[in-house]
Design a protein around this ligand. Structure first.
Ligand code: IMP
Ligand code: MG
Length: 174
């Protein structure tokens, strides 16, 4: 599935296995009532779609758009809201669903924005975590895989909008 510029880091089957485990954990952890899943566009779309179906209880779906990267491989340090939620989150149990936590700038900002809207609880699920690169603190309750400091694409993650539809998560060689 990967081209010569790419090498597989996490094959599709392992991604799916891990998401089933995360879904079961999340379903068991949350109090009664719907879990309000907030997917961060666009990278988290594949993870959100699979995770939602791995949680065997009522969930609601919403999306938020955040831009912190330009066309390169590193954060610009600036975060912009490009699309707001459709639903009110006041009094709800929120699970923010993100593809990858890198510097932490995006999630640190987003958690502040969402907390101001008074949800009952807010947690984060991230498929991938690059802990070595953290610049801002972020508390991630559910992590799929910790990965080394490599630029990865596939399963929703892009480089300049390419590679999102790869089934595997692959390292993109520079
Ligand atoms: P942070 O604000 O630095 O934590 O960056 C988070 C965002 O940067 C993620 O939502 C991704 O969109 C993007 N990102 C970080 N690392 C990678 C990577 O290795 N591949 C693709 N996108 C990445
Ligand atoms: Mg993203």
């Amino acid at each position: 599935m990967c081209s010569p510029a790419l090498s597989v880091l996490i094959p599709a089957e392992r991604i799916q296995e891990r998401i089933q485990q995360l879904g079961a954990e999340i379903a068991a952890d949350y109090p009664d009532g719907p879990i309000h899943l907030v997917g961060i566009l666009k990278g988290a779309c594949m993870f959100l779609a699979d995770l939602a179906r791995a949680i065997d209880r009522p969930v609601r779906l919403d999306f938020i758009g955040i831009a912190s990267y330009g066309k390169g491989k590193t954060t610009s340090g600036e975060v912009r809201l490009t699309k707001d939620l459709d639903l009110s989150i006041e009094g709800t149990d929120i699970l923010v669903v993100e593809d990858i936590v890198d510097s932490g700038v995006t999630l640190n900002y987003l958690v502040h924005v969402l907390k101001a809207r008074r949800p009952r609880s807010i947690r984060i699920a991230a498929l991938l975590d690059k802990p070595e690169r953290r610049m801002r603190p972020v508390e991630v309750s559910y992590v799929g895989f910790q990965i080394p400091d490599e630029f990865v694409v596939g399963y929703g993650l892009d480089f300049a909008e390419d590679y999102r539809n790869l089934k595997d998560i692959c390292i993109l060689k520079s």
